[in-house]
Design a protein around this ligand. Structure first.
Ligand SMILES: Cc1cc2nc3c(=O)[nH]c(=O)nc-3n(C[C@H](O)[C@H](O)[C@H](O)COP(=O)(O)O)c2cc1C
Length: 367
């Protein structure tokens, strides 16, 4: 039985690590991003000085993979809040398909459990199909796309992928107000498949039809403003905001009403928008930066008319939720919908609903 080991790289071994990294990167990335960008990225991220600085200043830990004592590849990780960032994992060509990457991921999963870290995340080039497939087969899912400017006219055009190690809390905001709601049917397709695929997770449900949510005005507005200015963010008035900010993932289901969504959802958004909890002032393009923990928000909706053609500019619900998701610091946004529900013949509506429900169930499995 061959022995796979991970041995931490000491600063004095970084030259050896850089010598191992260079041919692996050149071979792996040249076909995907070209020779020029590959050379630039090796210098910026995987040269000996770059890796020494990462280890000294940025909390990086590098490990050699040893396969029966021979150096077969390497991995680099660092702690990121309550997550583990998997920065690099590469196996030299002749050592692939020998279980080395799986050994590395198992080591990291175990490290997360021991240190109370909740997920492992990484970035992978969108066109790096082999690596994406490899991560998927080891329990990672695509959370959202990410484009990063790395200077010299180059960008990294990536997906962020994540693998949850700890149970998650999914917040479900139910804005389905009608008995026999089609939107709820769609939401149920997602939630049933989600519960089945992730039995360890908690689904926390806020039903807006039953919750104490209303338009904020008058004395209540003044009281909230006073609490905010005194920094009393743990006040009971902000309980819904804390719940929204703490969720690991958020699903909002709402029918199209007056081109967007029912007013109660807007009232809920006003309720959870609290500086110091769901966002804070002083940073970003808008002067605000989102503070919510969730990495993904899914918006589920059904629409009486059709808004994917000439009338696309009139649809405001998906656009508003996408903007709010960004405002709250939730980078991954998806929308699934069925439209024409009040317009098309019943059999076509049924077909579109089935299609949307099947897409929702499929998405739930990889959420
Ligand atoms: C108060 C109200 C407002 C609506 N506004 C619109 C609208 O602006 N555009 C549209 O295409 N459909 C509109 N509809 C139709 C709904 O979007 C459609 O019937 C949807 O499928 C209802 O979802 P539900 O079954 O979950 O309630 C409206 C329906 C209601 C009850």
């Amino acid at each position: 039985m061959p022995v796979i080991q991970m041995v931490e790289v000491f600063p004095e071994q970084v030259d050896e690590l850089a010598a191992l990294a260079k041919p692996i990167w050149t071979d792996h990335f040249t076909p995907i991003i070209g020779a020029e960008q590959t050379a630039y990225m090796i210098e910026k991220f995987q040269s000996a000085p770059a890796m020494r600085a990462q280890m000294a200043n940025e909390g990086y830990h590098y490990y050699f993979f040893l396969y029966d004592g021979q150096k077969a590849g390497y991995t680099g990780i660092r702690r990121d809040g309550d997550s583990l960032f998997l920065s690099k994992i590469y196996v030299e060509k002749s050592f692939r398909r020998k279980g080395i990457a799986s050994h590395g991921i198992a080591f990291m999963t175990d490290l997360c459990r021991r240190e109370g870290l909740r997920k492992i995340w990484l970035t992978v080039n969108k066109h790096n199909d082999g690596s994406i497939a490899c991560y998927r087969s080891r329990g990672f899912t695509v959370a959202y796309p990410l484009v990063t400017d790395i200077g010299n006219g180059f960008v990294m055009d990536d997906y962020v992928m994540e693998k949850w190690v700890a149970p998650r809390t999914l917040l479900y905001v139910d804005t389905c107000l009608r008995t026999g709601s089609r939107t709820r049917e769609l939401a149920d397709a997602f939630l049933n498949a989600y519960r089945k695929a992730h039995p360890q997770d908690t689904v926390d449900v806020v039903r807006l039809a039953e919750a104490d949510i209303h338009c904020i005005r008058g004395e209540e507005l003044e009281r909230r403003e006073a609490l905010k200015s005194e920094g009393k963010i743990d006040a009971p008035e902000f309980a819904e905001a804390r719940r929204f900010a703490a969720a690991d993932g958020i699903v909002v289901a709402a029918p199209m009403w007056e081109l967007s969504f029912p007013a109660i959802l807007k009232a809920y958004i006003e309720t959870v928008s609290v500086p110091g909890i769901t966002f804070r002032y002083g940073e970003g393009d808008t002067g605000c930066i989102g503070c919510c923990k969730a990495s993904r928000l899914l918006y589920l909706t059904t629409r009486g008319g059709i808004y994917t053609g000439a009338a696309s500019g009139l649809e405001l619900g998906e656009k508003e939720m996408k903007a709010l998701s960004q405002f709250f610091g939730i980078p991954g946004f998806d929308c699934l919908f069925a439209e024409g529900t009040d317009l098309l013949p019943p059999e076509e509506v049924a077909g579109r609903m089935e299609q949307a429900k099947s897409a929702a169930a499929q998405m739930a499995r990889v959420w």
